[in-house]
Design a protein around this ligand. Structure first.
Ligand SMILES: Cc1ncc(COP(=O)(O)O)c(C=O)c1O
Length: 392
């Protein structure tokens, strides 16, 4: 079915999906697909997870929404769980990743304005993606998604990803440094092509932030919630961010985002400074609580680490002699296979072979299978993708 009643912002959609269970999806023709995309890094528990469905159903029958004029138990419990698991101190709940980043951007700007900075400016990275709202679009380092939306917001300066020297150059330029208040960065760039930076990159950014009194704000919308093999990607390191945003896998499909803060960032927003009617309502928070508890209780984060490594070594083996393969990389269950040529046609070819995947940054096949993926599923993914690349 293709209706013209939906605004055409996503282009042509070939498949109509009607059902999901575990790692599988079914279309309206009864065809089954192995889902190596998870609704773009969202459905970590897979589809139709029984525990999650039950939690949502019970909460829907108890209390769905009252607004943030009242306390509700699920939001308090979820905030406490996120803080205890990350070391962050408090949380603002939003409805999406872009909105979580909006909260982070507001924290950075108010942090700057409170200390008398003239034009609070945030460093973001070329190739980054932070969302589609006007502030997050302005923060994003991809000219293609910004085209046609001028005037963008001021207060962002972009440097190359994985280049600490470029950040230090800004810190050492008095005219720039006096306005900079924060760095907003993805621990692994997702939409930008699954770009994994050097191991000490975040630690070095932390160092510059400490020296310059800037906030280190990590966008873990995509890397969070177990995807990279730790609950949050920064937990592969020893550092702590000042602000941490997430969404996607937090709700397994329920619309929820979170902006967490600690230290000086945790007290910047005061009553009246920010809000959201739906943000953190009992329905989505009870669902997200179940998601995080299940990820931990069922050791799905360790599974993401194991299956991620399994996929990388499998692809390295099957594709080692293929000249079309430029690079194979990833962290946990964020895997990218960069080809020497653009390959958008692979999405439809993979679907014909019964596999849902995505191509990003033109030439990078992106695999984001659910955290429940088993070795036998990974074998299927490796076989189908390798075969498609060989035949390209
Ligand atoms: C790193 C990152 N930040 C922000 C976003 C925006 O999240 P949402 O689409 O939920 O607004 C995305 C979405 O792909 C993302 O990958």
């Amino acid at each position: 079915m293709t209706t013209t009643a939906l605004m055409n912002t996503y282009g042509e959609r070939k498949l109509t999906l009607v059902k999901g269970e575990g790692i599988y999806l079914w279309d309206d023709q009864g065809r089954r697909y192995l889902d190596a995309l998870s609704g773009i890094a969202v459905c970590g528990l897979g589809h139709s997870h029984a525990g999650l469905a039950q939690a949502i159903s019970e909460q829907a029958n108890t209390l769905m929404h009252v607004s943030n004029l009242f306390n509700t138990e699920p939001s308090e419990k979820l905030a406490e769980l996120l803080c205890s698991q990350t070391g962050m101190e408090n949380v603002f709940f939003s409805n999406s990743g872009a909105e979580a980043n909006e909260a982070a951007i507001k924290i950075a700007r108010k942090y700057g304005n409170d200390k008398g900075v003239k034009t609070p400016t945030i460093i973001t990275m070329n190739g980054s993606f932070h969302g589609r709202t006007m502030a997050t679009l302005s923060a994003t380092g991809n000219p293609k998604v910004k085209q046609g939306f001028a005037p963008l917001l001021e207060g962002f300066v972009h440097v190359d990803y994985n280049n600490v020297e470029a950040v230090k150059a800004l810190a050492n330029d008095p005219a720039m440094a006096e306005n900079i208040v924060a760095i907003l960065v993805e621990p692994v760039q997702g939409e930008g092509g699954v770009i994994v930076p050097d191991e000490d990159y975040l630690a070095q950014l932390r160092e510059v932030c400490n020296q310059s009194d800037w906030l280190l704000m990590l966008d873990e919308i995509q890397t969070g919630n177990g995807r990279t093999g730790e609950l949050f990607a920064f937990q592969h390191t020893d550092l702590m961010p000042d602000v941490l945003t997430t969404a996607k896998g937090l709700g397994n499909g329920l619309p929820i985002g979170a902006c967490m803060a600690r230290g000086k960032a945790a007290t910047v927003l005061q009553p009246g400074n920010h809000g959201s009617t739906y943000g953190g309502n009992p329905l989505v928070c009870q669902g997200a609580l179940t998601v995080i508890r299940t990820l931990i209780d069922e050791q799905l984060i360790a599974n993401a680490k194991h299956i991620g490594a399994y996929l990388l070594s499998g692809f390295n083996e099957t594709l080692k002699d293929d000249a079309k393969v430029k690079n194979i990389r990833g962290k946990g269950l964020m895997v990218g296979i960069e080809l020497t040529q653009d390959c958008p046609e692979l999405v439809a070819l993979a679907a014909q072979a019964g596999l849902i995947l995505n191509v990003t940054a033109g030439s990078t096949i992106r695999l984001l299978p659910p955290l429940i993926t088993q070795e036998a599923d990974a074998d299927q993914i490796i076989n189908i993708v390798s075969q498609l690349i060989r035949e390209l």
